[in-house]
Ligand binder design. Structure first.
Ligand code: FAD
Length: 284
């Protein structure tokens, strides 16, 4: 189990990948997983569509990681658009495939979901999904956390209170939203510790290697962009090769800083780019 790796190794190294968008892209996705496996991660997590309609693709990639590569797979699962029966079905398919661990998430509200549907969802929060899976399946759960606060939460303290409930419901470890400023992570880790959150926390690191990527990343994650990163993008905006190099160095420097602070785990958002991941791993 991933939770046991934290007892023997600090920091753990893990990657996030996403399933292919099209059916005929599976061969390519498997070769991405093969290239990441060479870097010997402790686990690989696989993203999941918020509505749950693409769950089969998540399952197929997670199964490849678990059963062919023999690396612990952490399959993401969202519940915002799912009934109990939907969750039962996905959880049972995971168990049949030998996938034992889930990053249990609420998911973002899909644009097509009405207020009525959103307000009557079967699982209100990730903690409800975690408690349900713990009571009804053999799966082990991890949860998401937000060093700069989840965008819906009214305050950092309120978000942290709910994070504690998530851990009490059964989240065995946490993975953070991406951040570009280590101080925000360190402040969050300290406050979480004081609030009684004692499970391992993996730091989510996203390498920014193109100017286009920063806009999408910030709008999706809500993470702030420190001056150092803004300056880097401005300096290399017209030079893709230098921006790629600087982005990789930025991520590696963040990771070296976190290691010096005794972080439990480093989780690299690979965007299915194994060469970028390999270059970072070679520098940390
Ligand atoms: P929750 O923990 O339920 O929190 C959501 C909000 O509700 C927070 O503001 C929280 O403070 C509040 N809240 C929690 N409990 C309560 C309560 N009892 N009462 C009142 N308020 C409460 N999305 C995807 O669609 N697919 C993915 O694969 C995916 N992977 C992710 C991986 C990581 C590491 C992270 C950090 C995020 C990921 N997301 C993914 C995005 C995630 O689904 C969104 O951020 C979503 O808005 C929140 O999900 P959550 O599980 O953190 O929700």
């Amino acid at each position: 189990m991933i939770k046991d790796i934290f007892k023997d190794k600090k920091p753990t190294l893990s990657f996030e990948v996403f399933p292919p968008k099209k059916e005929d892209d599976f061969a390519n996705a498997f070769s991405v997983m093969d290239a990441l496996a060479v870097l010997k991660p402790d686990f690989i997590s696989v993203t999941y569509g918020a509505g749950g309609s693409k769950s089969k693709k998540t399952l197929e990639i997670a199964s490849y990681i678990q059963n062919r590569l023999h690396i612990d797979a952490l399959a993401h699962m969202t519940c915002v658009g799912s009934s109990r029966e939907d969750i039962d079905a996905v959880a049972s398919q995971m168990e049949q495939e030998g996938i034992r661990q889930v990053l249990a998430l609420r998911g973002d509200r899909p644009a097509t979901m009405s207020d009525e549907q959103f307000n009557s969802r079967a699982f209100a929060h990730a903690s409800d999904l975690i408690a349900y899976l713990k009571a009804n399946t053999s799966l082990h759960m991890a949860g998401a956390c937000y060093p700069e606060k989840h965008f819906e939460a009214e305050s950092f303290e309120e978000d942290l209170r709910h994070l504690k409930e998530k851990c009490e419901a059964g989240a065995e470890f946490l993975i953070t939203q991406l951040f570009f400023d280590n101080d925000s992570f360190l402040r969050f880790r300290e406050t979480a510790g004081k609030a009684g959150i004692s499970v391992p926390i993996c730091a989510g690191i996203m390498p920014i290697t193109t100017a286009k990527q920063i806009g999408t990343t910030v709008s999706l994650s809500g993470s702030s962009v420190p001056k150092k990163m803004a300056d880097m993008i401005a300096a290399y905006a017209d030079n893709p090769a230098d921006l790629r190099k600087a982005g990789i160095e930025y991520a590696a420097e963040q990771i070296r800083g976190l290691k010096a602070e005794g972080v439990d785990g480093i989780h690299i958002y690979t965007m299915n780019r194994p060469k970028v991941a390999a270059e970072i791993v070679g520098m940390i």
